[in-house]
Design a protein around this ligand. Structure first.
Ligand code: PMP
Ligand code: GLN
Length: 382
């Protein structure tokens, strides 16, 4: 294995899921729902398979899906996206991010990320031979530190890799924070790559602000999303990106040789999902908000300190009040202690001491599973 990929031989999600499976623990580690997505899209996928849509689709994605992505951006964000030249369908958000970084970064170019950061970002930057520059979001409110952000920009900054709503913290970046990030990117002629896979999983009075809607930024922003989160089909691996034609063409050049094209029969099904009425989208957020409340209350009752997430389906909790200073050790022992699996937050940091006692729990699970998990976690303090 080449040296630059040696830190990435396994992922925390695979490790914790294997541990949960081995011990029979409730898996609140890896983030995936335990129910299927809407029947309309499952039926549409089956119909596409039986209807013969089983050969290579067009490289940029099937027109019906690219059109639906453009419509979705118009409907929710009043963004004007040309489905012909400004959209690329990818194998999940993971490929969209990797293809964009590989397309934009020369070796030695710098990419700014907001730690704790989703694990694939560092690996994609390493694949490109890029250099990761970190801005740390700190417990408990994960606020953006302006001075730290300014200091992260250099003459080599090529990309700012934003993630809002943010995994693992559940932070929803507000307009002022995004405007600051955007203005610095414009000043340094950097591209904003924004991972918005949790765009429809936002709670309370929080509002998802797509970076591409900010003044002056549409021409310098690549927006990434995925069907996996919105339609609860993480195994489908259908994602997309959109942005100015030149940046999309660059990502497409790379995508051709990563996967060539993405799964054909799933594309019209995802298009069906994107066209579902507003009730689907509001129901998704309302349902998850209730699950968030259930888990947050349960974690507090069990003795954790909790940072209440305003987006995503993750909640970060501090185990220090329970006497656990090391989140990695706690997550290794938690399945055997009480039969629940979680993910340590420190693994998402360059500086693991930034989050030593923090752990992440996923709440995209059936209510009875969450009730069971909360009951088990209550035994930690008894
Ligand atoms: N970005 C973030 C922030 C995520 O949480 C995930 C899914 N865990 C992804 C990207 C990957 O999405 P996909 O499965 O569509 O590749
Ligand atoms: N995105 C999910 C998470 O953050 C899982 C992703 C994965 O397993 N690679 O938990």
């Amino acid at each position: 294995l080449v040296e630059r990929m040696r830190p990435f031989t396994s992922t925390i999600f695979a490790e914790i899921t294997a541990l949960a499976t081995r011990t029979g623990a409730i898996n609140l580690g890896q983030g995936f729902p335990d129910t299927d997505g809407p029947a309309e899209i499952l039926d549409a996928a089956a119909a596409a398979i039986h209807g013969g849509l089983n050969q290579y689709p067009p490289g940029p994605g099937m027109p019906v899906l690219r059109e639906a992505i453009a419509q979705h951006q118009r409907r929710f964000y009043a963004l004007d996206v040309d489905p012909g030249s400004e959209v690329l369908v990818t194998a999940g958000a993971t490929e969209a991010i990797a293809a964009t970084i590989l397309a934009l970064c020369e070796p030695g170019d710098e990419v700014i990320t907001f730690d704790p950061v989703y694990d694939s970002y560092a690996a994609s930057i390493a694949l490109a031979g890029g250099v990761k520059r970190t801005v740390t979001l700190r417990w408990p409110d994960f606020a953006l530190d302006e001075a730290e952000l300014r200091a992260a920009f250099t003459a080599r900054t090529r990309v700012v890799l934003v993630n809002t709503p943010h995994n693992p913290t559940g932070k929803v970046f507000d307009r002022a924070e995004l405007e600051l990030i955007g203005s610095l990117a414009l000043e340094h002629d950097a591209v904003v790559v924004t991972d918005e896979v949790y765009e429809h999983q936002v709670y309370d009075d929080a509002v998802h602000v797509p970076v591409a809607t900010l003044a002056g930024l549409a021409g310098q922003t690549v927006t990434v999303s995925s069907a996996g989160k919105t339609f609860s089909v993480t195994g489908w691996k259908v994602g997309w990106l959109h942005g100015p034609a030149e940046l999309v063409a660059a990502a497409r050049a790379v995508k051709q040789f990563l996967t060539f094209v993405s799964a054909g029969p799933l594309q019209p099904a995802v298009a069906t999902g994107l066209g579902l009425d507003d009730g689907f989208y509001t129901g998704l957020a309302a349902g998850l908000q209730a699950k968030r409340d259930l888990l947050v209350d349960g974690l507090r009752a069990a003795g954790f300190d909790v940072s209440v997430p305003r987006g995503t389906y993750f909640v970060v909790a501090d185990a220090a009040p329970l006497g656990f200073a090391d989140g990695v050790e706690l997550c290794q022992r938690l399945p055997e202690l009480v039969g629940v699996a979680a993910v340590p937050v420190s693994v998402f940091h360059d500086d693991p001491t930034a989050a030593s006692s923090l752990v992440r729990f996923a709440f995209c699970k059936r209510d009875e599973v969450l009730h069971d998990a909360v009951e088990r976690l209550s035994r930690l303090s008894s």
